[in-house]
Design a protein around this ligand. Sequence first.
Ligand SMILES: Cc1cc2nc3c(=O)[nH]c(=O)nc-3n(C[C@H](O)[C@H](O)[C@H](O)COP(=O)(O)OP(=O)(O)OC[C@H]3O[C@@H](n4cnc5c(N)ncnc54)[C@H](O)[C@@H]3O)c2cc1C
Length: 538
Amino acid sequence: MSDEKIPDPLRAGLAQGWKVFDGAKQVQDLEWRADVLIIGSGAGGGIAAERLALAGLDVLIIEEGGFYTSSDFRLREDKAYPELYQESAGRQTLDKGISILQGKAVGGGTVVNWTSCFRTPPDTLRWWQERYGLTGLSREAMRPWFEKAEQRLGIMDWDVTPNGNNLVLERGCQALGYRHARIRRNVRGCWNLGYCGMGCPTNAKQSMLVTCIPEALKRGARLLTRARLERLQADQGTGRIVKAHGALLEADGLRANGRRFTISARHIVLAAGAIGSPALMLRSGLLDPAGLTGKRTFLHPVALSAAIMPEKIEPYNGAPQTVYSDHFMHTQSLDGPLGFKLEVPPIHPLLASVTFPGFGSEQLQLLQQFPHLHATLALLRDGFHPDSEGGEVKLRDDGGPVLDYPLGDVIWDGVYRSWMVMAEMQFAAGASQVMPLHERAEPATSWKQAKAMIADLPLQPLMAKLMSAHVMGGMAMGDDPTRGVVDDYGRHWQWRNLTVLDGSVFPTSVGANPQLSIYAFAWRAAEKLADILRREAG
Ligand SMILES: Cc1cc2nc3c(=O)[nH]c(=O)nc-3n(C[C@H](O)[C@H](O)[C@H](O)COP(=O)(O)OP(=O)(O)OC[C@H]3O[C@@H](n4cnc5c(N)ncnc54)[C@H](O)[C@@H]3O)c2cc1C
């Protein structure tokens, strides 16, 4: 691919003098002021930055990750994971039972996500209204915000034929009569490459990196990268956050480089993601009276089933997730055994080799069939069943966050049922072998054999390979401080000049890939915040 042919509008913007500062290059401590400090530049932070900058406010964005642009995205896993992901894509829950993919770069998770877009399911919104008093978040009230985000980010039907990997799911569902549909995507002029998880080299993905963040920068916003917010300082008397303190990082984006920064701002928008945001509040000792901060953090725990298809499907080529089935979301009541959504992840060699069971020659055999390899994932809807309370964000000795997410019976039941469903569906689609991602699984050559094998698998952490790319909750909305940490506009119930605008505000999991829910929620809340701040300024 020739670089000259693909414009890089971000490098052009930098050349025009956008106020972007690399923390790794600062030679002294920084002490800055702003109207609004936004911590994190992902789905929530990006939307907030654009709305608040358009409202004429002096916006400063702080981002722990680096400012990588399309020219840096080389479709290489060995480069992308250390540069663009939290903990080099090796983040795990406390007992290592679930691997967690989260972004760490300007644009956050939106730079590496797989572009699937769903509005918040109506039954989820109803649940939040009934259980958390969030009456402002009805389907009708949220409709305009979804529409704005969809228009802004090019979210629409994807009319290109799905890749071979996704067609397996479509075929299997058709054969068994399961409801299924195509997935809407946030892309403009997509080349259908299939490397979304490594950053989009053509700027087709309408991530925060290429949409809202540049717009904010054009409006004069400042962006400080490779800067890790460590602590918010509050004045207990006034109930306000008065300062934010942090460390500037080395070019590797990991180690502190010895320089510090301190920011004073009228208002703070916390958008460090559903692990980073609660962790910052815990580090700062700013807990809510009901003790909810960091609790009820959800993951849509993902169980996977691999298959070998007789034909080449090249699961690394073509748009990653384009077909889904919600058939098994709706076979039980919302608070019954966990429902699950079926989708198809992209498969690339590095991530596959650390996710697929076995090692050495055994794994080599599987990987030698790479072009024939298919995987289906089941994304479990956690947070509705009374025993599905999610996890808790805790701090490690060095102050870094870790999510303690115990895997209880209700999750294992969902994993087990989903393996069965996926295996049957894969055989119905023509798979010659099927294997759930579990250390003890053997490739099965018939549905009957798979059923017996799955029934015998021990349901234990580390044995079953579980993943997540959707972190939600931990600083949830509620209509009063006993039921939530923030109100339905993300305003913190105690610290009134603090607004949380990221995935941490959801009281349960969303029940669908969350980016569009975050965009819509953040847009609604940021507009309200802009009004308040403009009025306050007179
Ligand atoms: C591989 C992958 C695939 C995905 N696919 C999809 C998909 O297809 N569809 C979908 O809907 N969702 C998808 N998601 C999820 C979606 O991208 C996230 O839900 C969304 O980006 C979360 O938004 P957020 O604002 O909560 O946080 P993030 O987007 O994670 O942004 C938080 C930002 O804050 C920064 N930060 C954290 N701590 C600090 C600190 N202390 N100081 C300064 N900065 C800090 C982080 O570096 C990060 O950039 C995917 C995610 C991944 C990782």
